[in-house]
Write a protein that binds this ligand. Sequence first.
Ligand code: SAH
Length: 248
Amino acid sequence: MTFAATVLTLYPEMFPGPLGVSLAGRALSEGKWTINPVQIRDFATDKHRTVDDTPAGGGAGMVLKVDILAAAIDHARSLSPDAPVIAMTPRGKPITQTRVRELAAGPGVTVLCGRFEGFDERIFEGRGVEEVSVGDIVLSGGEPAALMLLDACIRLLPGVMGAPSSGTEESFEDGLLEYPHYTRPTEWEGRTIPEVLRSGDHAKIATWRKQKAEDDTRLRRPDLWERHRDARDQSASGARHENEDLGS
Ligand code: SAH
C-alpha cells in the first residue's frame, strides 16, 4: 500500500523539499509514498484570489477564511476519502510517536498548513479536522511542521528504514528516551566510551542501556517519566486484577 500525503498550503513549492532527499526521497522515488501539494489559493472565488481576511474583534494579522479552507479540504477528501485531515497549529494536541505510528499504518494523511494568524476556528468542527502541534514554539507557517510530521510517518513505512529494529528501539517507542550512543575512537579528547559497552557482555550491555534510558528520561523529561511510571503501575495492577479474577 502506498502512503498518500496531501498537503494543503499557500506554498506548494516547499514540497517535497527536504523529503525529496535521503531516506524519504528514495522511498518517494520507489513509490512507497506519494505527495500531492495543493495550492489553497486555487479555491479562492474572487478575482484577487483572496484567502484571508481581518480577525473578527480586531487585532493584528490576517485569518485564513473558513469557506476557502473548506473547499480545499473537500477537494482533498474527494481524492483521499479515508485519510485523516490534520491541521498544523500551536493550539493543537502535541504530536506523539504513538499518533505517528497510527498515521503511518493508515492510508495516508491530508495536512493543512496555516499562515498569518492561523485558521478560522470553525473549520475544525465543521470539517472534522484534527489539530496537531509540533511543540511549544511558534513557526511562521505550518509547512515545516507538515514536513516534520510526514518525515516521522515515512521512516516507519514498510521497507523504508534499513534495519527494522532501529525503528522500535528509538526514543518514545516504549515511553522512554533512548539510551546514548557511542562509536570509535574509543578515546576522544580524554573522554572514553563507557567500559560496559566495550565488554562484549550483551546481557550487561542491555541492562546498562535500560538503566540509562530510565535515568535520562527521569532527569531530562520528568513529564515522560511520570507517564511511563503510571502506565507501568497500571499494567502491573491490571495484571494483579486479572490474577484475582482467575483466583475467584
Ligand atoms: N496565531 C497563532 C500562530 C500562527 S503561526 C497562535 O498564536 O496560535 C502561523 C501558522 O504556523 C499556524 O497557523 C500553523 O499552521 C503554523 N504553526 C506555528 N507554530 C506551530 C506549531 N508549534 N505546531 C504546528 N504548526 C505551527
